[in-house]
Design a protein around this ligand. Structure first.
Ligand code: LMR
Length: 394
């Protein structure tokens, strides 16, 4: 049987992680996978997470199953975090999922169950695993223009023109904030224009929000998602807790299906529960319980938000530092976009051979499309990166 299996393509991001690990050079810089690292190169357990885990350890008396949709308190807390009061709570069906990727996968499957012909519009570029999962599920994919290779900002005219081709029932996948892989984001006016196109075409938005709090702040990063959710008849949201709570390995996410028709909520909820049951039965609980404990306890929540803000500001400072270092070395403003981008990533817009040179000659690892993880830097490695970028001729 196994001999009938085909070799599968390696995931580029995970492959890079391995190459970095295997590199014997003593000085090397990992700007690959999207994991936050502090100045010491450590991905810390957040203070509030430690405190919540201690409390759970002391108080939890059972590890019995919770429910197919996960703990409703987790859904309530996350809906509040992501959506605020943008929509009525009783318009949201939700299930806990193994991480944000679990939510994305379940959302795609729900779309396919509702309409096998639905096309999913994805930004060019998008997180490679979006495309990989869609292909795996044999779902039709349409790319829309997103990144302007010249300005390294959003090609908004191209995006709007391409989204205008959506038909009723097609799905438009948007990044809630901190676009992965480019770091280029929509402003408020542009979000409104996207809403207008969705309303005109009948395209259904699906928002992947995996970096809330990493861009402009917890509330600011949710503004686009809230605007969309409060403006359209139906919407899907895949939210991840991996990054903003630093609970990567706990696999903690939530999928929300929002409808302005009351009877649709029950139908969507039943289908989401069904999908969980088919794919893995009960979703993991530990990370969700940690997140719920933090969000429901004011002191823990305040401490978590403060630490997240420190993380956000440290990445912004690194952005400023690298942009100004590159300005000094290149004598031009052509790298100013790095300070404008938001979130963990920036796409440099460099050719693959330059990215390869950075890796081979300077032991600097970034994804082949020239996406760099800002959080992989610290104030000492920024000048090394800047010099290498100029050396290889980017
Ligand atoms: C990334 O884009 O690097 C992260 O979302 C991690 C992953 O699973 O790819």
């Amino acid at each position: 049987m196994f001999s009938h299996l085909k070799e599968q393509p390696a995931d580029k991001i995970l492959q890079l992680m391995q190459m970095y690990k295997d590199d014997p050079r003593p000085v090397k810089i990992d700007l690959g996978v999207g994991v936050y690292k502090n100045a010491e190169g450590v991905t810390p357990v957040m203070r509030a997470v430690k405190a919540a885990e201690k409390r759970i350890w002391e108080e939890q008396e059972s590890k019995s199953y919770v429910g197919l949709a996960g703990d409703p308190a987790f859904a309530d807390s996350m809906i509040d975090l992501v959506l605020g009061d943008a929509v009525a709570r009783d318009s949201v069906a939700a299930v806990a999922t193994p991480g944000g990727t679990g939510a994305v996968r379940q959302a795609f499957e729900l779309i396919r169950m509702a309409n096998p012909d639905a096309r999913v519009f994805v930004s060019n570029p998008t997180w490679p695993n979006h495309v990989s999962i869609l292909k795996f599920l044999n779902m039709p994919i349409v790319e829309y223009r997103y990144f302007d290779e010249e300005t390294r900002g959003v090609d908004f005219d191209g995006m709007l023109a391409d989204l205008a081709d959506a038909k009723p029932g097609d799905v438009v996948l948007l990044h809630g904030c901190c676009h992965n892989p480019t770091g280029a984001n929509l402003n408020r006016t542009q979000w409104q224009q996207v809403v207008d196109v969705l309303l005109k075409t009948g395209g259904v938005p699906m928002i992947d929000i995996a970096y809330q709090g990493f861009g402009d702040g917890l509330e600011e990063d949710a503004a686009g998602t809230r605007l969309v959710a409060s403006s359209v008849p139906e919407c899907l949201i895949a939210a991840s807790c991996s990054k903003n709570f630093g609970v990567y390995r706990e696999r903690t996410g939530l999928l929300m299906a929002i409808s302005d028709k009351p009877d649709m909520k029950a139908l969507a909820q039943g289908n989401l529960n069904f999908l969980n049951r088919q794919n893995y039965s009960f979703p993991p609980d530990h990370g969700a319980r940690v997140v719920t404990t933090i969000l429901q306890e004011p002191a823990l929540r305040a401490d978590w938000a403060a630490e997240l803000e420190e993380v956000r500001l440290s990445m912004l400072a690194l952005r400023e530092q690298i942009a100004s270092e590159l300005q000094r070395l290149s004598g031009s403003d052509r790298f100013g976009f790095i300070a404008q981008h938001r979130g963990m990533f920036s796409r440099l817009g460099a050719a693959p051979d330059k990215v390869q040179k950075l890796r081979e000659e300077h032991a600097i690892y970034m994804v082949g499309d020239s996406r760099l993880n800002i959080a992989g830097l610290n104030s000492e490695t920024v000048p090394i990166l800047a010099k290498a970028i100029i050396d290889v001729g980017i």
